[in-house]
Design a protein around this ligand. Structure first.
Ligand SMILES: N[C@@H](CCC(=O)N[C@@H](CS)C(=O)NCC(=O)O)C(=O)O
Length: 251
């Protein structure tokens, strides 16, 4: 039975799961609900257990939350491993995964959405890509209401964006401090910690291997991206993508 991933193209939590599936060479089909229906779709698929995407259908189960999905993938297809074998290292990798999930991802989201939502064209391109078609026309009509909902949901206002900018730099400081001599966060090979850190810095950072990154960023996001890309941690995100972001296997 082919796995099915219900996802949001631009979303970094969704990118985290796509990357894990691709890294393990697991074929999957993608389902992309219309913006505005994500939460209802998640609720319907999981009978009220989850209201966010990604949701993965795997061997008759519907799994929500990127961390739980990667845990299930580790059992389903152990190799190549994303969890370290050593128990101490595994604990550290999972703690870093959690840190990036909780401290980085929501900040990237409030920062990027706050400035992107000020520009209708940039918003449509971020959500639907450069060729939005009929979905773009629909989104433009619902934009004022949708944008208010997204702002409320993600804390995407000026105060949220200012705080997020500060926090994102602090996460980059910690990431750089945690990096070992071999260029990985835990031990000397690629683990769930590296995958999560690199995936969740997107789409603010946008290595070319990252599918569905917005075609371009509005200011001041472009300036923040340049500043972060020039740092050791920014170069590390690009390196993780270049070395480890495998392409999907056809379902
Ligand atoms: N903790 C969850 C967070 C997932 C999440 O927040 N997904 C967001 C997109 S980034 C979502 O589904 N938003 C609903 C919407 O856009 O309406 C995970 O790790 O999977």
């Amino acid at each position: 039975m082919t796995a099915v991933l219900w996802h949001i193209e631009v979303s970094h939590y969704n990118e985290k799961v796509r990357w894990a599936l691709d890294h393990k060479g697991i074929p999957y089909e993608l389902r992309t609900p219309m913006p505005g229906t994500h939460r209802l779709t998640a609720l319907r698929l999981t009978r009220g257990r989850h209201d966010r995407l990604p949701i993965l259908e795997l061997e008759g189960r519907r799994i929500g939350d990127s961390t739980a999905i990667i845990a299930a993938l580790e059992q389903h297809r152990p190799e190549p491993r994303l969890y370290p074998d050593d128990p101490g290292e595994r604990e550290r990798a999972l703690a870093l995964e959690d840190y990036f999930d909780e401290e980085l991802a929501p900040r990237i989201r409030s920062l990027v959405w706050h400035y992107t939502l000020l520009d209708a064209d940039a918003t449509i391109a971020a959500v639907l890509g450069p060729d939005p078609g009929i979905r773009g026309a629909l989104l433009r009509r619902t934009a004022p209401v949708a944008s208010r909902m997204v702002r409320r949901d993600y804390g995407a206002d000026q105060a949220g964006a200012d705080a997020a900018e500060h926090e994102i730099r602090a996460v980059m400081d910690r990431l750089e401090a945690e990096l070992g001599d071999g260029g990985y966060l835990v031990g000397d090979r690629f683990t769930v910690a590296d995958l999560t850190g690199a995936a969740l810095f997107t789409p603010l950072l946008a290595p070319p291997e990252r599918p569905w990154a917005p075609p371009e960023l509005v200011e001041p996001l472009r300036g923040i991206r340049s500043e972060l890309e020039a740092r050791r941690g920014g170069r590390w995100v690009a390196e993780m993508y270049a070395r480890h972001r495998a392409a999907p296997v056809a379902a």
